[in-house]
Design a binder for this molecule. Structure first.
Ligand code: ZN
Length: 401
């Protein structure tokens, strides 16, 4: 019997845009042990493609895009919404790749930014089963619905998620043009994802999707690779690391925390904008900036600092940074609106703080003085599942399609 084939589809090249795309690549490597795998991603024309050399067992196919849909200016919202759903050139590319490779299964990850959602319809027409791991619920349900209207006044994640169906914003939406556009989009997307196997990566996300009538087949929480670093030193700086993009990840909260406690420094990894924003509030001697760092360097940084900021301004579905910080011994501080907040709570109750706030000074001082905290984070990190272990669940799912 010939080997089964799987195509892994994600919007962006993981080397230039990590996050969900990198998670997709980790899973693709696991899948390569039992399938013939092709990794399909978008690629910015200006970046080179270091992907090809990473793993000989994986085939890499990249679609060169001009502009991501989300980079469209605000005034072209209708155009952006349309492109998320339908965009001819990337669709033709997918059809071509599918007809050449003829995969038995397509494993879809992050799309809607380079590849449109109508790709799912293409797979249905070609009778190829698709498994869609939704990393960001925003591609199905308009993010605009969350979280402004939700009273995030308790740290009980479940009751928070249960309150979603009664969100008043749904009513407000029906009354204005933009809102109606969102609702039409929702209806079209429901048709497109019909018969696609949807995998949610957190319970919180599952509830948001189900509250909007999407059928979730299974929740499979993402894995994390164990620490393989050889850190230069075991001592840690009294610092909080913020790593990520400016928008949505809550840099302002990390800054606020550093303003509150004179012993704490702010370490930044990412785009230069982060530094500019931080220096507006903090003196330069309290800020360290590393620039854009590859994953292996990020892990080394996690060994340097006491805390990691995961105080996202949005419903962050299942941030890898929280898992990685624990594995590499940095203590995550997060909000209950982060899909893996329960893990941080397992390390210490005070690590999950009320949405939009930062820990008060006395709590923060206690956390800084608690020398066992990092060890506790590492011990919890050791209990987390690796990508390889999590992949076993997907493997079962693939056997069933
Ligand atoms: Zn490590």
């Amino acid at each position: 019997m010939s080997q089964r084939k799987i195509a892994v589809l994600t919007d962006l090249d993981p080397s230039s845009s990590p996050g969900a795309n990198l998670v997709a690549l980790e899973y693709a490597k696991c899948a390569a042990k039992e399938f013939r795998v092709e990794f399909w991603s978008g690629r910015n024309k200006i970046s080179n493609s270091p992907l090809r050399t990473q793993d000989a067992k994986l085939g890499f196919e990249t679609y060169n895009y001009g502009r991501r849909f989300h980079a469209f200016p605000k005034k072209s919202l209708k155009k952006k919404t349309l492109r998320e759903i339908f965009s001819l050139l990337p669709l033709l590319w997918i059809v071509h790749k599918t007809l050449v490779f003829r995969p038995n299964i397509v494993w879809v990850h992050q799309i809607g930014n380079v590849f449109p959602l109508s790709a799912l319809l293409i797979f249905r027409i070609l009778k190829i089963p698709a498994v869609f791991t939704v990393h960001d619920f925003g591609i199905l349900v308009p993010r605009k619905l969350y979280p402004e209207d939700l009273s995030v006044d308790n740290d009980d994640l479940m009751s928070l998620a249960y309150s979603l169906p009664v969100s008043k914003e749904m009513l407000i939406l029906r009354q204005n043009t933009l809102g109606r556009l969102y609702l039409i989009r929702l209806c079209i997307i429901r048709i497109l994802v019909k018969s696609t196997i949807i995998v949610s990566i957190s319970e919180m996300q599952k509830r948001i999707l189900e509250a909007n009538n999407f059928l979730v087949t299974e929740t499979i929480e993402n894995g994390v690779n164990p620490c393989g670093c050889k850190p230069d030193s075991t001592s840690r700086l009294q610092a909080i690391l913020f790593a990520g993009r400016l928008n949505g990840k809550g840099l302002n909260h990390a800054i606020e925390l550093v303003e509150k406690n004179k012993e704490l420094m702010l370490h930044l990894a990412g785009n230069h904008e982060l530094l500019t924003v931080a220096l507006e509030k903090l003196p330069k001697e309290r800020v360290f900036y590393y620039g854009m760092v590859p994953q292996s360097e990020l892990f080394k940084l996690l060994h340097k600092v006491t805390f990691t900021s995961v105080m996202s301004d949005c419903f962050d579905v299942y941030p890898s940074l929280l898992l990685e910080s624990m594995v590499h011994g940095s203590v995550p501080i997060c909000y209950p609106t982060v899909g893996n907040a329960a893990l941080a709570k397992g390390v210490h109750d005070s690590l999950v703080v009320e949405f939009g706030t930062t820990p008060d000074s006395s709590t923060l001082s206690k956390l800084i003085e608690d020398s066992k905290l990092s060890k506790r984070a590492i011990d919890f990190g050791k209990k987390l599942k690796s990508f390889e272990e999590v992949y076993a669940k997907y493997s079962n799912l693939f056997d069933g399609v």
